[in-house]
Ligand binder design. Structure first.
Ligand SMILES: Cc1cc2nc3c(=O)[nH]c(=O)nc-3n(C[C@H](O)[C@H](O)[C@H](O)COP(=O)(O)OP(=O)(O)OC[C@H]3O[C@@H](n4cnc5c(N)ncnc54)[C@H](O)[C@@H]3O)c2cc1C
Length: 392
């Protein structure tokens, strides 16, 4: 057994783990990042792509925004389409803030390059990761790497290993409260070599279900269709996907541009939160602690927000010896988590075809959509949540 020592052991090299590693490095705090997948895999896992202003600002502060600033696309609004009409929601006009379209994969690539350039430890393809002695002053992570067994002694462990990781399940039974909501639908997402058909994202409500037109770059569009949560992807050849997208987004005088589909997949949707986001010296961040349905574009932004707070708390602790921010970490994070959980649930239930096709539900959805597209107060409520609330 090879015995190693660091200040902060970070499990997971997704956006949360890598951003935390960068924050700590900039503050002179040692960390080791352990990732069970290959570098190639984590750099090509297509996921989120809508960044709140606060996320953009943090990436800038951390010196990993050069490509994002050059190639990211700033959007000042979104469209909501229902009952055959498309309505613009001018988020910047309503809130003073915008969103930036920039893929999670690109953020991950830049954070990996920065960490390796700094010569900071980041190990890919680690196996048998396990966390121990979480309630002690010296929690440990054991793992195998390149055939050798290692033990990493830490002051603190950051569980940034996503919803299927090992950190959350290592917390003893009875400690965590779990809150969940399963949705009986999922999103079929495609990445297509086709220029975006709209200048901003289009969220559509139709009697046949929800669709979203998004993008990754001026030549790559990303689109989603509401499907069953366990939909068989094999039943969706490319022609059927395009035909359904055309049908759900149709608008007179406007055309949806098609192109070769480069990637497609079905993701089930759920809401999930565990409380507290800490056990002893294990701190959970990002998807390891909470999942939101993607309708509000919050998953990635929440993960980054968690580690900003965790980073600040660790800097305070190592700097002044005060554990005040660390002790407040879970409660502070959960305030924003629950705001985003509510917003994501609200957007999801407003825009999707709901189980049972109850006409009462449909009338409520259309009333809500009319309200947010005609009342400035209601539109501002949606917009400020979408761009990211500042003081939550
Ligand atoms: C298919 C899909 C599409 C999504 N689309 C959107 C979207 O459009 N908008 C949006 O806002 N959000 C979206 N999300 C959510 C968003 O991508 C996540 O919220 C975000 O990735 C959270 O970052 P994270 O770092 O907390 O977790 P992750 O990105 O999951 O990173 C966790 C890392 O830990 C690693 N890991 C897991 N187990 C171990 C272990 N035992 N040892 C070491 N490492 C481990 C994983 O390989 C991974 O690299 C999507 C998620 C999925 C799954």
């Amino acid at each position: 057994m090879n015995r190693l020592r660091t200040q902060v052991g970070i499990v997971g090299a997704g956006p949360a783990g890598l951003t935390l590693g960068r924050l700590l490095h900039r503050a002179g705090i040692e960390a080791v990042v352990l990732e069970n997948r290959s570098r190639d895999y984590v750099e090509h896992r297509i996921r989120a792509g809508v960044l709140e202003q606060g996320t953009v600002d943090l990436l800038r502060e951390l010196g990993v925004s050069k490509r994002m600033d050059r190639e990211g696309i700033v959007h000042d609004g979104i469209y909501l389409q229902f009952a055959g009409k498309r309505h613009h929601l001018p988020m910047r006009e309503l809130t003073g803030r915008s969103i930036t379209i920039w893929g999670q994969t690109e953020i991950v690539k830049d954070l990996i390059v920065a960490r390796l350039a700094d010569g900071e430890p980041l190990l890919f393809e680690v196996d048998e990761v396990a966390v121990h002695d979480l309630e002690s002053e010296r929690p440990r992570i054991t793992f195998r790497h390149e055939g050798e067994a290692h033990e990493l002694a830490c002051d603190v462990i950051a569980g940034c290993d996503g919803s299927h990781g090992v950190c959350r399940p290592a917390i003893p039974a009875g400690v965590l409260s779990e809150y969940s909501r399963e949705y009986p639908f999922g999103w079929l997402g495609i990445l297509a070599e086709a220029p975006p058909s709209s200048d901003e994202l289009v969220y559509t409500h139709t009697p046949d279900g929800f669709a979203l037109l998004s993008l990754r770059s001026p030549s790559l569009s990303r689109s989603y269709l509401q499907v069953d949560h366990d939909e068989d992807l094999g039943a969706w050849p490319d022609e059927r996907i395009w035909a359904e997208l055309q049908r759900r987004t149709a608008l007179e005088g406007w055309t949806l541009v098609e192109g070769p589909i480069l990637e497609k997949g079905v993701t089930g949707m759920r809401s999930h939160v565990v409380e507290p986001m800490r056990h002893g010296n294990l701190f959970l961040a990002g998807d390891a602690a909470h999942i939101v349905p993607p309708t509000g574009a919050k998953g990635l932004n929440l993960a980054i927000h968690d580690v900003r707070l965790l980073g600040e708390a660790l800097v305070e602790w190592y700097g002044s010896g005060s554990r005040a921010l660390l002790d407040a970490y879970s409660e502070t994070c959960l305030r924003r988590v629950w705001r985003c959980e509510h917003f994501s649930w609200w957007m999801t239930t407003m825009l999707h075809r709901l189980p049972g096709d109850d006409p009462f539900d449909l009338k409520l959805q259309l009333s809500q959509l009319r309200h947010v597209t005609t009342s400035e107060a209601a539109a501002t409520m949606l917009a400020e949540n979408y761009v990211g609330l500042e003081n939550v």
